[in-house]
Every structure is written in C-alpha cells, then in structure tokens.
Write a protein that binds this ligand. Structure first.
Ligand code: ATP
Ligand code: LTN
Length: 338
C-alpha cells in the first residue's frame, strides 16, 4: 500500500482532435507535459467527444484522433510513463459528464467565452453539447482526482468552473472530488495567429497557423509572411499592446530557444523585422523537424498506435471507475452489478 506521502500528484489534460496540432498547442500545452512524467502521475487524452460539438467529416476525424496520439508521443510523451488514451474509449467520461450536467448551472455555462466564440463561428449549429461542454470537461478532470491541469491561458475559465462544480458537489455530499488547479506556463501560454496577431492561433482557423506536421519550407514561408506591426520604429521590442505581431513572434522565439525577451531585443538590435522573421521561422522549423519525422513514422504503424491506446484506456478506466462508483453511491444511484 502506498502511503499518503509517496503517492504522486496527478496531472491530466486533453486536446480535441478538431484539427492537426499546431505550434500554440505545442508551446502552450504538450511541450510542457513531457517533463512532468517523473514527478507526476500523468493522464493525457484526445478529447474526441468534445470535438463532436462541431460537425466533423467522420473519416478525417478518425484519422486525426490517432495521428494526434502519434504527435503526443513524438513530442516526448512516453506511453510507458504516461497514460495516453482516447476519451471516447473510457465510457466513464460520458457517464460522469451527464451527472455533472445536473450540478452545473445555466448561468455559469452562459458565461463561458469558448461557448460564445464557437457559437459565433458556427451560428448554424449551436447545439446542446457545445453549451454543456464544460460539464464534460469537469468530468474528464474529476474522474482522475487530478491535482493539476496543464493547459494554455484560454482554458483557465473552464478549469475555474471545474473547481466550482467540484466544491459544490463536495459541499452537498462530502469529500468526493479533488479540487484541481490549472497549471499554465509563463511563456508560450497564448500564441497568436501569424496572420492576425490579435486572435489566438487555433486549429479551427488554419490561416496563420503553423502545424506540427508542416515541412520546414512551409514553416519558413509562413513566418516570412507573418503580419508585423505598422509602427514606424520597426525594431524588435516586446510590447504586446502596441506591437502585437512582433511580440507574438518574440514569445514564439523565446519559447523555442529559451531566450529572454531582453536577450532577443539585444540579439536583433538594429536589425529590423526582415532579419527577425526568418530567424524565428528557422528556430521553429528546427524544433519541429524531429517531432514531424517521428510522428510520421508512428502514423504509418497502426498496430503500435492501437496497442498504445488500448493499454491507455484500460489503465484510465481502472482509475475512472473508482470515482464513478463513489459518485453513484453519493447521489443515490443503485450500484452497478457488473
Ligand atoms: P479549437 O480551434 O478546436 O478550439 P485550439 O487550437 O484552440 O482548438 P484546443 O484543442 O482548444 O486548441 O487546445 C488544446 C490545448 O492547447 C489547450 O491546453 C489550450 O490551452 C492550448 N492552446 C490552444 N491554442 C493555443 C494557443 N494559441 N496558444 C497557447 N496554447 C494554446
Ligand atoms: N477544453 C479543452 C480540451 C479539454 C481538456 C479537458 C483540457 C477537454 N477536456 C480536460 C484539459 C482537461 C480545449 O478546448 N482545449
């Protein structure tokens, strides 16, 4: 039996296979996950049930889910050290998701900015799932009694709602869920689109997006074309308010090279945007090259990927089942006989 002191804290996160992974997903999320495996008990999944809130082409959707798994592994997530799985393979997510829907308020859901953004973008399909999405996300997290949820800045609001739901449930029924915390990096937490630096780089808006599977040539082209600012000084200086384009590129450069903003300003002092943009492109292409090559190798090996997600779902389900059983008991559902 493990004692209280030697049990590792739990990390958990997921990304929707709603498009191919991009630089924002990598710098804001996945890159930071790999380093956590020794210290924490880590669960990472493809949030495929969440992706159904927006209409998908079934064939393409299926391809992306396992391609994303290959990209997780290529980004350094060792399947021996991390539990990697598809959300839809662990039925406890949908089950607890329903129950938590009944403990999440209409007013709370109405305030979510992701819901507002996505309903503005998909005005013809504002479905119930899009609205109640955060209750399923709370279930994803609470099933594993997660301590920390490593995500980018845009997911902070959903993590806060998860905490509120957990606290509400615990107050009603006694200690059931661990109340989790968002774990947000300082640099890279919000990468903006290269073509529109005031909106975030996002899978569902591929313009201005650098994908992990882009070739070095594509990456170079995208950075050369990156929108910079129309200020007159044209120098490389971090000032997100007045120079959003250059500041975004600096954030990216800092994230891939580990340099400070002051160091970057010194490096490009007097050199202007024409030198800076290709330098950022080169640094990004070199960072992504090994990831792209390894992911491509794994995407071709379907048997291997299936072994990984089968084992991952089995391990995840064993943990999720325990929490769900506890919840059934607390709310008064009859214990499952199997
Ligand atoms: P979608 O367009 O489907 O909403 P997305 O590209 O916004 O997708 P998500 O699946 O919502 O990506 O996010 C996956 C993870 O990547 C989350 O932890 C999120 O915070 C992080 N992330 C997404 N976009 C960025 C970004 N531009 N900068 C930093 N982190 C990001
Ligand atoms: N909502 C997240 C994806 C997501 C998630 C989660 C992240 C679904 N379930 C649980 C962390 C923990 C997004 O859109 N990025």
């Amino acid at each position: 039996m493990e004692t209280e002191n030697n049990v590792k804290k739990v990390m958990l996160s997921g990304i929707q296979p709603s498009g191919d992974l991009h630089l924002g997903n990598y710098l804001g999320a996945v890159k930071n996950w790999a380093a956590l495996a020794e210290e924490f008990d880590c669960f990472y999944f493809m949030a495929d049930l969440h992706t159904l809130t927006v209409r998908q082409d079934p064939k393409e959707f299926r391809r992306r889910a396992t391609a994303q798994l290959a990209q997780y592994i290529a980004c350094g997530l060792d399947p021996q050290k991390n539990t990697l799985f598809l959300q839809s393979h662990v039925h406890e997510h949908a089950e607890l998701g329903w129950i938590l829907n009944c403990y999440t308020m209409f007013g709370e859901l109405s305030r979510m900015t992701q819901f507002k953004d996505k309903s503005a973008k998909n005005a013809e399909n504002i479905n119930g799932g899009l609205f109640t999405y955060p209750a399923l996300m709370a279930a994803d997290i609470l099933l594993y009694q997660a301590d920390y949820v490593p995500v980018g800045e845009d997911q902070r609001q959903h993590c806060e709602l998860t905490r509120d739901v957990a606290i509400r449930f615990n107050n009603l029924y006694g200690e059931t869920f661990k109340v989790p915390e968002a774990y947000i990096p300082k640099v890279g937490a919000r990468i903006m689109s290269l073509s529109n630096p005031t909106s975030k780089m996002s899978k569902s808006d591929p313009t201005g997006c650098v994908f992990l599977m882009d070739t070095p040539e594509e990456i170079a082209r995208k950075f050369k074309r990156a929108v910079t600012d129309s200020d007159t000084e044209r120098c490389v200086r971090f000032d997100p308010e007045n120079k959003p384009g250059v500041s975004n590129l600096m954030n990216i450069y800092a994230s891939v090279t580990g340099r400070s903003f002051a160091g970057i300003e010194a490096e490009f002092d007097g050199k202007g945007y024409g030198t800076f943009k290709p330098a950022v492109g080169d640094a990004v292409a070199e960072t992504l090259r090994p990831i792209r090559e390894e992911a491509a190798r794994m995407i071709a090996d379907k048997v291997y990927l299936k072994d990984v997600y089968t084992e991952g779902a089995q391990r995840a389900s064993a943990v999720a089942r325990r929490t769900l059983r506890k919840v059934y008991k607390k709310v008064g559902l009859v214990e499952k006989p199997f």
